[in-house]
Structures are given as C-alpha cells and as structure tokens.
Design a binder for this molecule. Structure first.
Ligand SMILES: Cc1ncc(CO)c(N)n1
Length: 227
C-alpha cells in the first residue's frame, strides 16, 4: 500500500529530524529561546494557511464524509494548535500573542506552504494536495513517539507537554489522509502515483527544513529588498 511504502521510505528522514538541533534542543530543554520564538512566528502563519488549504479542498471531493473531515480539521486548526504553542511560549517566559504579532514567512516556511498551494491549485484530484499535507501531522506524531519512548521527561520538563500534544491528537487526521491517498492510488497510473510519492517525500524534507529554519533563525538575505 502506498501509505506503508511512504512511511518506510521516510523513516530515515524522520530519524534525521529527530537528531537535528531543534528537536534535540527541546528534548534537552536548553534550546535557544530565540529559536523557539522564530518557530512560533513562522508556525502561527503556517497553520492559518494550512486551515485555508482544507477549505480549498472541499470543492475537490464528492464525499460528505471527506467534507466533514475537512471542516473538522479547519475547526481544530482555527485554534492554531494553541495548546502546543502555549507550551513553547510558556517555556521561554513570553506571551504567545506577543511572540506571533510580528509573524513572518521565512524562506523555508514560505517554500513549504507554496508546495501545498501549488498542488491544490494546479492539480484537480484532492490526493495531490493531501500527499503534500500528510507529512505535517505524521512527522510530528513520529517525532513525539520517538521522544517519549527514548526519554524520561521529568514532570516539570518545560517541553514535555509539547511532545505529549502531538502523541495524542494526530492519529485520526493521519489515518484519513492516508486513506484518501491509498484510495486514489488504486485508480491512478504509475506516473500519477509517483507524483504523490514525490510530494510526500518533499514535504517530509520541508518539515526538516522548517525546524532547521528555526534553529538557525533563517531570514531572507536580500538586505533592504523586502519589507
Ligand atoms: C511546519 C509544521 N508542520 C507540522 C505541524 C504539526 O501540525 C506544525 N505545527 N507545523
């Protein structure tokens, strides 16, 4: 099955994300406050757009069940995963609203969201956009699994609840997305399935870049050329 192939194929990339500076910094609890703030400024904008992507997909499906799923996801995202984000803001002793008021599209986040929009706007079948979106919940779920399985977090660990959020709340989303992709793949050509695979693998890499963006506090470098 396509979803099983993709999960296997991207596991080394997920291990790499886990070993990178951002997740290891959260696990140790000594991540740079500025990296956490950078992540939140990007992720708050990212999740707003992710919610709007679900709205776009409503016109691509005949299935009421899928419409219901998309609406549920939008409602969930309208809160911007506020619980998880509040944990991060609290850990760096700042108010979440204050951190995100100057949100920005740093290059890696910008590239990632446009990958999704490209698939939503230029390809009719819902599975193309979904294949670019599925690594979003899946990568976080796996990273949270790994962290909680490999580490004992003290009750007062500043980031424990961030990992716990993603271990508990993502499974329904992941399963529905993989079902949509697997169903689509059954009636697609080999070439079309290859596009789904490429989308999915690229998005897994985008997830890695997003965390590294925050760890390195990535910025556009064209001095004075942007607002
Ligand atoms: C970039 C990114 N990917 C995945 C998630 C999890 O929903 C998130 N909050 N942000």
């Amino acid at each position: 099955m396509l979803s099983e192939i993709l999960k296997k194929e991207t596991e080394p990339m997920i291990e790499a994300i886990y070993s990178d500076a951002f997740i290891q910094g959260l696990i140790r609890g000594d991540i740079d406050d500025a990296a956490v703030a950078h992540y939140l400024r990007a992720d708050s904008l990212y999740l707003d757009e992710f919610a709007k992507l679900y709205a776009l997909l409503i016109s691509k499906t005949e299935s009421k069940e899928t419409v219901r799923f998309l609406m549920g996801q939008m409602a969930f995202l309208m809160d911007g995963e506020s619980e998880a984000h509040e944990v991060l803001a609290h850990a760096i002793n700042r108010s979440y609203a204050d951190i995100i008021k100057d949100g920005e599209w740093y290059p890696s986040a910008d590239h990632y969201i446009k990958h999704m929009y490209f698939n939503a706007f230029t390809r009719e079948h819902i599975a193309y956009a979904i294949s670019a979106m599925a690594p979003c919940p899946y990568v976080y779920r796996r990273i949270a699994d790994m962290a909680l399985a490999r580490h004992t977090f003290e009750t007062d660990h500043p980031y424990r609840k961030w990992f716990e959020f993603y271990v508990n709340d993502m499974d329904d989303t992941i399963n529905v997305m993989f079902d949509i992709m697997d169903d689509a793949a059954r009636s697609m050509t080999e070439k079309e399935i290859d596009v789904l695979k490429k989308n999915y693998i690229e998005s897994t890499e985008h997830e890695r870049r997003f965390f590294n963006m925050a760890a390195t506090k990535e910025e556009w470098t064209g001095v004075g050329t942007h607002a």
